[in-house]
Design a protein around this ligand. Structure first.
Ligand code: 6YU
Length: 505
């Protein structure tokens, strides 16, 4: 076995686990090690206890749970999904990335907005958003970002609105909520940062988004169990990946390895190949020292130019619900805001205005009265710096405004994610930022050395959600990227089994 190629995988998120699982199911790779910086597998799939229940701090849904979605397939095979999610009917529903839940729109003036008005505005916004797909592969776009395109179109439309002034302002305020919602979807501070041309390249699968009844974390847990126990090392943050070298093991004279990986505790691992699956946020911060010799300029530029923003969750538990019993989504409208007017920048005074959507965790018999708020961008990063008490105070104040009830009891418990502060993530997920394109994603995914004729090929490979050109920002994108890099190695050694792609369950 010692003569067989040695492979290291850095990071035990879905990309790393997927790569390790596929490689370990082949006899060609008995020398496989997975190095994970934290104490657990899953990375941005992170289920945690909140009281007696499990909530998702990271990935929430399987987006497009249907046959083509490998996360859906794997989760079904492991028996982690409920009957409804697995039904044929569920798999055929097309929601275009934006599932519709029974929602109530509250405004900061303490009123519930008319569902008809909200629906009119939602239809307008989703029509405009769909139009952005038309710019894919166009040589020239009139404005660089999705945000600017939407605002330009809205400014045009407003001129034709025949509503009274108050309704006009309200419609603009509702549109502004949709802009903020879209910031959560793309994991960005502003839709002005999201590139217009490539926006339509993100691909959606059919199926009504579903959750994991026992927690998303069941998936990485099952994947981990299928790997040889001794192959996975936790608390092993990698600090440097050296490549293009000639490293020797003291105990093994004669054999040299092109790759040496060094961990924070000083331990070093030699390998023929390393698959790096660390988040783009980590690479943005560390790539200049993390990889030695440094990345070729094309790859370093891709890391700098692609977007990686923040989307966090805030869980709030209430003694009593303030929302109606059938409501599954609460949306917040600030009546004094409009996408056509520049927003204020005082984070301390107004960070909470960016939190515009709360999911009501279902079913209430199981969760009690728990809301999951989503907040993106700089306001979200600022929120991470506050104490729990400060978050509760600010949000109680907001909810009292929304309900018009100045005595509404504060939530009895809060828990939130802090993805921007997390040292091995540094944000939530990637997007194609203004100044970048899908070509940058492909450049990031290119292995090293770049010269395919190099006698020691595929020394450093790259996987992770940010390396998937059409499914970036998702768990299925992450998993597919891990499989892609495992397959790259399998085909290098061209083992007879390399075409059997079934992971060992
Ligand atoms: C999805 C969803 N979802 C919400 C929130 C977040 C994300 N996603 P990992 O980070 O998992 O693994 C890397 C590992 O490496 C990790 O364990 C590190 O500790 C380790 N590491 C780092 N440095 C290291 C070092 N130096 N040494 C050793 N180890 C090291 N996806 O499908 N459904 O509902 C959501 C959501 C709050 C934060 C999500 C969702 C994104 C996924 O979680 C994410 O892509 C994958 O888990 C990443 O796996 P990985 O292996 O690559 O990295 C048009 C258009 C728009 C485009 N966007 C639309 C899509 C919407 C995306 N939806 C997201 C929404 C939510 C709510």
């Amino acid at each position: 076995a010692e003569a067989r190629p040695r492979v290291l995988v850095v990071g035990a998120g879905l990309a790393g686990l997927g790569a390790a699982q596929r490689l370990s199911s082949s006899r060609a790779f008995p020398n496989l090690r997975l190095l994970e910086s934290t104490a657990r597998a899953g990375g941005r799939v992170c289920s945690q206890r909140f009281g007696s229940e499990v909530v998702e701090m990271g990935a929430h849904w399987i987006h497009g749970p249907s046959k083509e979605n490998p996360v859906f397939q794997l989760a079904s095979d492991y028996g982690l999904l409920d009957e409804e999610a697995m039904s044929e009917e569920n798999q055929q529903i097309e929601v275009g990335g934006h599932p519709l839940l029974p929602a109530v729109f509250y405004s900061n003036a303490g009123r519930v907005l008319s569902p008809e008005l909200v629906e009119e505005v939602r239809n307008l916004f989703s029509t405009l958003l769909d139009q952005t797909r038309e710019f894919l592969h166009m040589a020239q776009v009139s404005v660089p970002s999705v945000g600017e395109y939407l605002r330009k179109e809205i400014a045009q439309q407003v001129k034709e609105w025949t509503d009274d002034d108050e309704t006009k302002w309200l419609k603009l305020a509702i549109l502004n909520t949709y802009f903020k919602l879209e910031c959560c979807v793309s994991g960005t501070h502003s839709m002005d940062h999201v590139a217009l041309g490539p926006f339509g390249e993100y691909a959606m699968l059919p199926g009504l988004d579903c959750t994991f009844p026992g927690g998303y974390g069941g998936l990485p847990d099952c994947m981990l169990t299928s790997l040889p126990k001794e192959s996975v090392l936790f608390h092993k943050p990698v600090t440097v990946v050296r490549w293009g070298g000639s490293y020797q093991e003291e105990s093994q004279e004669g054999r040299t390895f092109p790759v040496q990986v060094e961990c924070e505790d000083g331990e070093r691992f030699l390998a023929d190949h390393v698959i790096i699956t660390v988040p783009l946020g980590f690479l943005k911060e560390h790539h200049e020292t993390f990889i030695d010799p440094p990345l070729p300029p094309r790859k370093a530029d891709a890391i700098r130019q692609l977007g990686f923003g923040t989307n966090n969750k805030i869980f709030l538990e209430f003694e009593q619900p303030f929302w109606p019993p059938d409501c599954q989504l609460i949306e917040v409208v600030w009546e004094d805001e409009s996408p056509l007017v520049e927003a204020g920048t005082n984070l301390q005074a107004s960070w909470f205005r960016k939190l515009i959507v709360f999911l009501v965790l279902q079913p209430p018999e199981r969760y009690g009265h728990v809301l999951c708020g989503f907040i993106a961008g700089k306001e979200s990063e600022y929120m991470e710096t506050l104490s729990d008490a400060a978050v509760i105070t600010a949000l109680t104040d907001v909810i009292r405004k929304l309900t018009g009830n100045p005595h509404l009891a504060p939530p009895k418990k809060v828990m939130r994610s802090q993805w921007h502060s997390a040292p091995y993530t540094r944000g939530s997920y990637s997007y194609v930022a203004v100044g970048s394109s899908g070509d940058d994603i492909d450049a990031l995914a290119q292995p090293l050395p770049e010269d395919a004729a190099d006698p020691r090929p595929l020394q450093v490979l790259f996987a992770g959600e940010a390396t998937h050109r059409t499914f970036y920002s998702t768990t299925h994108g992450a998993l597919l990227s891990g499989w892609r890099e495992a397959d790259r190695l399998l085909s290098l050694y061209d083992t007879s089994e390399s075409h059997q792609h079934k992971p060992r369950l």
